[in-house]
Write a protein of this length. Structure first.
Lengths: 332, 324, 286
């Protein structure tokens, strides 16, 4: 059954003008999310995954700007909206959960006030009803005695609770898409698991589409339906989570997976991807080539994102011919 | 709350005590202590009598104890010039300084804060740039320079306002002040404007940078991600965030104005304690200088203390009782 | 260095400020050559030519293009020499304050603990008072005169240097290369001055420039109030003060010209300092 595509990003390019030149943090990135689907965007620092999220929300400020592409939300190109139009979309049709709830929530306002703000910004339903909805949202994310908690300040909550509050805020106006930017990074593993579980439950209940941005592939292995792997501003692989994890087609993805401590592994040295991202953004050809074991002359021109299996694409000249074990050995 | 207040009070007392040490050393250790307290031109037996009276022939620590006990009684010695009690002279003229300072603070805040908000929110607009440039310009100028400029333009050329002096005193809410009469307001306008230049520029820069910093912060991004209107973000979220630093600065500036008032008062012949101090310095009237010093320090400390308490009340993160 | 200069000059205002300052410095350095008469040389000063308006020729045909002051001195010459005094006093006071501040900051950041706490508490105490007040009080207690003014300005400034450098130095102190140096038993002094100092000096350069302007303004203020430099060393502040009385008699040039020169001096230094501050903060869009 073909599900509706809720959000479609087409050839998005976001650039930052600095004194040293223009940097393309996001370079012709395309992705789609369907109703009730969880899409993971995976990448390390500098991959452009967060910038992609902010670009979709229209929160890119100077010296950055979206240079090209379309962002289609149920048929409307978000880039064509005025600032006021975009403001109405934010927090209403697309909501965002930030990485660090302590810095995302205003330290000097009560949680209740901040939630009511989020509601009243889009739906003038009156303060009392807004407070009721906020209370219900808190209850839904599993915060005990929500009535009392409404009057509390952010620093009165633990890290995991704060993140639940952020998620509750995101859900308040029943958005079509939620973009979660590393929402569980820095939280205890057990809390992480709880929050992942909550998200899955909520998605199943409401049919909201979720874009989950993370650097940790293992976190999304059990959570996401599809994954997009980014490196240095470009999509290097995308497909169903099973395809990306079990049948990784790009050396970078394989490297990421090889570096994950496996439960049933013998105690061997953990393989690493050599080098660092360095100046990859300046490379015109394949940006991963400097760190890639399989680099060859063909990599000097930008590899196209080819389909190697139905719904599974990778941007690499040797895509599809890489086996997991081979990658493990290569990177060991 | 009580613990915090007590801590701050005790810190303040330590500071005042330190100042008294400095003052003591200044009178008794620098130069000839006799001449610091008695007019050196007095006849010999007067000097001798005063020396014994003031216990200057006693060992140092005894002198210090006397000094402290005098201070606690409000006795800072007598001015050479008028032979009146030093502290009394200062207290007499302090209300005028207070008037001037309050007027200047009001002008500075009323103009500086909104301008700063605007400049911080739209730093690249022509208005924002103008405000930024102007504030930097004004901060560079010494206050005597701006005073002269104001006098030239408004008092001499345009003959709109008087060149100096304090106006008529009237009653405002039962308090005698020259701000209550039109004549008084005419007289206070130029010196207040002059005194307000420095704090105004400071407010503008501070609010502008505070707003800019806030706009780049995560919680403002989050507020925008929630789809809040710009007005709400600016006036509720951003403002609340810069409230604490702004109030702190207001407190500090108040103290600063009490000192900068010295220059303004002198040029505008405003009969406040600042003018008194310049005269006293010029005529080496040490008791008055010392009294002024102690007085000003105490005011600083009281103001800073109040500011700290107000900030603690405003910011829920500062825990006062020490426990959650 | 060349690259820095290039970036610095990218803003026209900053470039203009640099040019103005350079001109003023040159004027001060070459004052004896540029000035018509040495204002200290009382023999040449003729009381009869006092308060001549700008553009009036004097008895020997020289056109006083800034007029003369109330003593009959050519105002242009007086201003040139006044510039000298302003620069000198500011430079000396700032240098001494810098040395004190640097030593205090290095000691505080290197030794940490009680040393740090005491020194910084002292600095904070100093910073709590506005520089005008500190300078005034010191002048009141010590008397006026060149050395006292320098001491007063130094006292008002050292704390700012100390605090700024200490913040940067503390960060450097925590880095591993300092630990490495200590393990290698380098002398503390050597570590402080050859390792800690050069790596934390960047923010201080901006502060130095700003404080020079501050010193100039402070000295001018003190001299204007009559508690600064003596009449024998006319600074711009003193010239302005002397000329103030004649303002009401429409003889504005006595105060205005020195005032404008002072303004240009302060503005140019502050503009330069501001530009340096901008360059030091790379994350702020230029």
């Amino acid at each position: 059954m073909k599900q509706d595509i809720v959000l479609s990003v087409e050839a998005l390019t976001t650039e930052f003008k600095t004194e040293r030149g223009t940097m393309r943090a996001v370079d012709a990135v395309s992705l789609q999310v369907r109703r009730g689907e969880i899409l993971a965007i995976v990448g390390e620092r500098g991959s452009g995954k967060s910038v992609t999220g902010y670009s979709i929300m229209g929160l890119i400020d100077r010296p950055g700007a979206i240079a090209a592409g379309r962002i289609m939300l149920n048929g409307i190109d978000l880039r064509s909206l005025s600032e006021e139009g975009m403001r109405q979309v934010r927090g209403h049709r697309i909501a965002m959960v930030f990485q660090d709830p302590m810095s995302a929530l205003h330290p000097m306002m009560t949680v209740g006030a901040q939630m009511v703000d989020a509601v009243l910004a889009h739906r003038p339903i009156g303060r009392r009803r807004a407070r009721e909805e906020a209370c219900q949202a808190l209850a839904r994310v599993g915060i005990p005695s929500p009535q009392d908690r409404m009057g509390a300040y952010p620093h009165h909550f633990s890290g995991g609770m704060r993140q639940r509050v952020s998620i509750a805020i995101a859900l308040l106006n029943k958005p079509e898409v939620i973009i979660a930017d590393e929402p569980t990074t820095g939280l205890d593993v057990t809390i992480q698991a709880q929050i992942l579980h909550e998200i899955q439950k909520l998605v199943a209940e409401t049919g909201t589409a979720v874009i989950w941005i993370t650097h940790d592939l293992s976190v999304v292995a059990g959570l996401a339906d599809r994954a997009v792997v980014m490196y240095a501003g470009r999509v290097v692989e995308e497909g169903s989570i099973a395809a990306v994890i079990d049948r990784s087609a790009h050396p970078y993805t394989a490297g990421l997976l090889a570096a994950v401590p496996h439960r049933n592994r013998d105690a061997r040295n953990l393989p690493q991807i050599p080098g660092s991202i360095g100046n990859a953004h300046a490379i015109a050809g394949c940006r991963f080539a400097p760190r890639c074991q399989f680099a060859r002359p063909a990599c000097e021109s930008r590899p196209a994102l080819d389909e190697i299996a139905p719904g599974h694409r990778a941007a690499c000249v040797i895509a599809g011919r890489l086996t997991r074990q081979f990658a493990e050995v290569a990177y060991a | 709350m009580a613990i915090y207040a007590l801590k701050r009070i005790s810190q303040g007392l330590v500071l005042i005590w330190l100042m008294s040490l400095v003052a003591f050393i200044a009178i008794y250790a620098l130069g000839n202590p006799i001449t610091a307290l008695v007019n050196p031109n007095s006849p010999a037996e007067v000097i001798e009598r005063v020396t014994r009276e003031l216990g200057l022939d006693l060992p140092f620590h005894d002198q210090y104890l006397r000094f402290i006990s005098n201070l606690l009684h409000g006795d800072f010695g007598q001015s050479y010039i008028t032979s009146q009690p030093a502290l009394g002279l200062i207290l007499e003229r302090f209300p005028a300084t207070l008037e001037l300072t309050l007027a200047a603070m009001t002008i500075a805040a009323a103009i500086g804060l909104p301008l700063g908000l605007y400049a911080g929110y739209r730093p690249r607009s022509p208005g924002g740039r103008l405000v930024g440039g102007l504030s930097m310009f004004l901060l560079s100028l010494p206050s005597f320079w701006t005073a002269l400029a104001l006098i030239i333009v408004f008092a001499i050329q345009a003959r709109l306002l008087p060149t100096g002096g304090r106006g008529q005193v009237g009653l405002l809410f039962g308090v005698p002040t020259s701000l209550a009469t039109v004549d008084g307001l005419r007289h206070v306008l130029l010196p207040a404007i002059n005194l307000s230049v420095f704090p105004m520029a400071l407010f503008v820069r501070l609010t502008a940078s505070g707003v800019q910093e806030a706009m780049n912060s995560t919680f403002i991004r989050f507020a925008r991600a929630k789809g809040l209107t710009v007005r709400r973000i600016l006036f509720v979220y951003v403002l609340r965030n810069i409230l604490v630093p702004v109030i702190t600065v207001i407190g500090i500036v108040f103290g600063v104005l009490l000192a900068f008032a010295v220059v303004t008062e002198t040029i505008f012949s405003w009969p406040g304690s600042g003018w008194l101090i310049i005269d006293s310095i010029r005529s080496s009237d040490r008791p008055v200088v010392i009294a002024y010093l102690m007085f000003t320090v105490t005011i600083f400390i009281v103001v800073n203390f109040t500011v700290d308490i107000v900030c603690a009340l405003l910011d829920p993160r500062i825990s006062l009782a020490g426990g959650k | 260095m060349a690259a820095y200069l290039k970036r610095f000059l990218a803003r026209p205002v900053a470039a203009f400020g640099l040019v103005v300052l350079a001109l003023l410095v040159l004027a001060a350095v070459f004052a004896p050559q540029l000035a018509y008469q040495d204002p200290y040389d009382l023999a040449k000063v003729d009381i009869l030519s006092s308060r001549l308006a700008p553009g009036t020729p004097s008895v020997d045909g020289y056109v006083h293009w800034m007029g003369t002051d109330d003593q009959g001195r050519d105002l242009f010459s007086a201003v040139l020499y006044g510039l000298r005094v302003s620069f000198l006093v500011a430079a000396i006071a700032t240098s001494i304050a810098l040395v004190i501040g640097v030593v205090a900051a290095l000691a505080a950041s290197y030794f940490g603990g009680k040393v740090d706490a005491t020194l910084m508490r002292l600095a904070d105490l100093q910073l709590a008072f506005p520089s005008v007040l500190t300078a005034l009080v010191l002048v009141a207690l010590l008397g006026s005169g060149l050395e006292k003014v320098i001491i007063a300005i130094t006292a008002a400034q050292w704390a700012y240097f100390a605090r700024t450098l200490r913040s940067a130095a503390v960060v450097e102190r925590a880095k591993e290369y300092i630990d490495a140096a200590r393990i290698m038993k380098f002398l503390s002094l050597r570590i402080m001055f050859r390792h800690l100092l050069p790596n934390s000096i960047a923010p201080l350069t901006v502060v130095i420039v700003v404080e020079i302007a501050s010193a100039i303004a402070l000295e001018a203020t003190l001299s204007f109030l009559g508690v600064g430099l003596p009449i024998t060393e006319p600074s711009l502040g003193l010239l302005i003060s002397n000329g103030y009385a004649y303002m009401l008699a429409q003889q504005y040039w006595l105060s205005v010209y020195p005032g404008i020169v002072l303004l240009l001096l302060l503005l140019s230094v502050n503009v330069i300092g501001e530009r340096m501050r901008q360059l030091n903060s790379p994350w702020v869009e230029q």
